[in-house]
Write a protein that binds this ligand. Structure first.
Ligand code: F6P
Length: 342
């Protein structure tokens, strides 16, 4: 069998480790043949493939980014898009199926193609950890580690100047990165999309920390909404899927915190640094295991499913289970952390 592998959507540390896991197990154990698909669904639509052998994946588990490239192309758009055209393109290159490594948008497209008769298998990825049906997605642990390290640094400069430091992290509409990095860094307030707060509530915790002689650290998730805001802050237009590009709420909060508390306040947006560089050891292991199991799933003909982590096991779940609702932070997890605020 000949299988195409693609990475699609925002990149994420661990993508290369999945590719390596799939290719090593697939070629050495099952004698499968692989092609790399360039730039996500764009490469499927354009027939942009190249041979992927053991040689191409050597040493990849520690390498950030993706050797395949990525894009946010919708495979149903454009004159060469759509299931019928894609089926012809795959047939022309003797490709029997696709392993799609991606987040919600990628898996939704994979599900649609599968329902339209294309053999597709999924591997979930996202630093946001917002996918259901998988306990953790690779990339998340690395992002949390990077954010934690950055906040440790913000705290030392905040301490020196007796300033309040606001750190804005990614996560889209879920607060997992903010919650975990905030707990790890000892933040005095954590603001997540699942729990709207007023500026007075935030300022109250800042003042408490200041009154104890601490330089307050506020962690805010990019998707956080202040009470009274209808939707997450966005001033950067729309992405390729017409979703607002988030970011900037930290700069909204900082002057308000300063105004209410009288404490000099600075905001830092961590941004894409959270997605760059080497994956953590946890993410290397998780991504590699997902890749190994994806090769097994190909041989079993488990199309229309994704491999996923449940507990400490890698299992298979239908695409539908991962789609629709987001994996949000449960209230009890936020309440646990709130005991540490102020
Ligand atoms: O989904 C991953 C993510 O990094 C989000 O946390 C963030 O909102 C978005 O992607 C940024 O996307 P882009 O790389 O297109 O700016």
């Amino acid at each position: 069998m000949k299988i195409g592998i693609l990475t699609s959507g925002g990149d994420c540390p661990g993508l290369n480790a999945v590719i390596r896991g799939v290719v090593l197990k697939g070629t050495m154990t099952y004698d499968l043949e692989f092609v790399g698909i360039r730039d996500g669904w764009r490469g499927v639509v354009d027939g942009d493939f190249f041979p992927l052998t053991r040689h191409e994946v050597k040493g990849l588990s520690k390498v950030g980014g993706t050797i395949l490239g990525t894009s946010r192309t919708n495979p149903y758009e454009g004159p060469r898009g759509g299931a019928e055209n894609i089926a012809k393109t795959l047939y022309g290159h003797r490709i029997d199926g696709i392993i799609a490594i991606g987040g919600e948008g990628t898996l939704a497209a994979a599900n649609r193609l599968y329902n339209d008769g294309i053999n597709v298998l999924g591997v979930p990825k996202t630093i946001d950890n917002d996918l259901r049906a998988t306990d953790y997605s690779f990339g998340f642990d690395t992002a949390v580690n990077i954010a934690t390290e950055a906040m440790d640094r913000l705290r030392t400069t905040g301490d020196s100047h007796q300033r309040c430091m606001v750190a804005e992290v990614m996560g889209r509409h879920v607060g997992w990165i903010a919650l975990h990095a905030g707990i790890a860094a000892g933040a005095h307030v954590i603001c997540i999309p699942e729990v709207p707060m007023s500026i007075d509530q935030i300022a109250e915790q800042v003042s408490k920390a200041r009154d104890r002689g601490r330089a307050p650290l506020v962690v805010v998730s990019e998707g956080f909404t202040l009470q009274g805001m209808d939707e997450a802050y966005s001033d950067k237009g729309l992405d390729a899927f017409n979703r607002p590009r988030l970011g900037g709420i930290g700069e909204v909060l900082a002057p308000e915190i300063e105004r209410i508390t009288g404490m000099e306040t600075r905001a830092t947006v961590l941004g894409h640094i959270q997605r760059g560089g080497s994956p953590s050891a946890f993410d290397r292991v998780l991504a590699t295991r997902l890749g190994l199991h994806a090769a097994d799933a190909v041989v079993d003909g488990a199309w229309g499913q994704m491999v996923s982590m449940q507990g400490t096991d890698i299992v298979r779940v239908p695409f539908e289970e991962a789609l629709g609702e987001l994996n949000t932070v449960p209230q009890y997890r936020y309440e646990e952390a709130a005991a540490l605020f102020g």
